[in-house]
Design a binder for this molecule. Structure first.
Ligand code: ARG
Length: 286
């Protein structure tokens, strides 16, 4: 009797274990290269590496999460097209801006796409692709605001996303020890704060500010540009020294610019092809 019981026990435990293992597998990341053996026989199955792309998906229209939780946006489409052109596989992981640069330095992410402005400071710790997008800072204020130019923000409360180029420009204007720069984890949070009157202005990338203002008419914001804002260029980042991957990315960037794919994506998001496009600032809502 006891043997049967034991066998029963073993069998049911086995089933439970198998179930657990299946459940565990279900949660796992897509198979590592070594799992290529289980790929469908039809596929030539070169053990393709899947490059992990980190992105702070709270920056529409560049990167955001849709209702289904999928990461979507201009940057995402660009990197997918770049990857296809370069013959590599990518997957995207939502990665908070805070710590995003570290994630690639530590090897948790292979690539970053996140509307990242190429700056001399960042170039010390990361390598960037050729620029794939031109941007500029833009100020958002409430429609009834008296603010007309960047200099007016000198002694006002200004919201920014912590550690962005928007943070840099306003910190430079107000001075490092200013108590008036309010730094948020994300740009939408800074904009929300302005709705409730917590800050007088928000400084962030033009494309994102314009997108927010146009899509949130109830928040009653307007935008202001300023001639003091430098032009910025977004790049795709890799770990410093990862020349092999960077070369693939640059090849892909050049490829999609040459074959029209880039213009197609650009037009889809910004309404017209880049050369002919007015700066996003010009499209600001009334
Ligand atoms: N372009 C700005 C910067 O590089 C802001 C980028 C923020 N991107 C984001 N996905 N939150 O500092």
């Amino acid at each position: 009797m006891s043997t049967i019981t034991t066998r029963h026990f073993l069998q049911s435990t086995g089933i439970v274990l198998a179930g657990l293992m299946l459940a565990a597998c279900g949660k796992q990341e897509p198979p590592a290269p070594s799992a290529a053996a289980s790929a469908p026989a039809a596929a030539p199955a070169p053990a393709a590496k899947v490059y992990v792309v980190g992105t702070d998906a709270a920056y529409a229209p560049f990167e955001s999460q849709n209702e289904k939780g999928e990461i979507v946006g201009f940057d995402i489409d660009v990197v997918k097209a770049v990857a296809k052109n370069a013959g590599i596989e990518v997957k995207f992981l939502n990665t908070p801006w805070e710590g995003i640069f570290n994630s690639v330095a530590q090897g948790d992410r292979d690539l970053l796409v996140s509307a990242i402005t190429i700056t001399p400071e960042r170039k010390q710790t990361l390598d960037f692709s050729e620029p794939y997008f031109d941007a500029q800072q833009l100020i958002a204020v409430r429609k009834d605001s008296k603010i007309t130019k960047f200099d007016d923000l000198k002694n006002l409360k200004v919201g920014v996303q912590n550690g962005t180029t928007g943070d840099e420009v306003i910190t430079k204007l107000q001075g490092k020890s200013t108590p008036n720069v309010k730094r948020f984890e994300s740009t939408p949070l800074a904009l929300k704060e302005m709705e409730s009157g917590g800050v007088d202005a928000v400084v962030a990338d033009n494309g994102v500010v314009v997108h927010y203002v146009n899509n949130n008419p109830d928040s009653k914001f307007k935008t202001l540009t300023d001639s003091s804002f430098a032009s910025e260029h977004y790049g795709i980042a890799v770990k410093k020294g990862n020349a092999e991957l960077l070369e693939k990315i640059n090849k892909g960037v050049a490829g999609i610019k040459a074959d029209g794919t880039y213009n197609q994506i650009y037009t889809q998001y910004f309404g017209s092809a880049p050369a002919a496009a007015p700066a996003p600032a010009a499209a600001a809502s009334k």
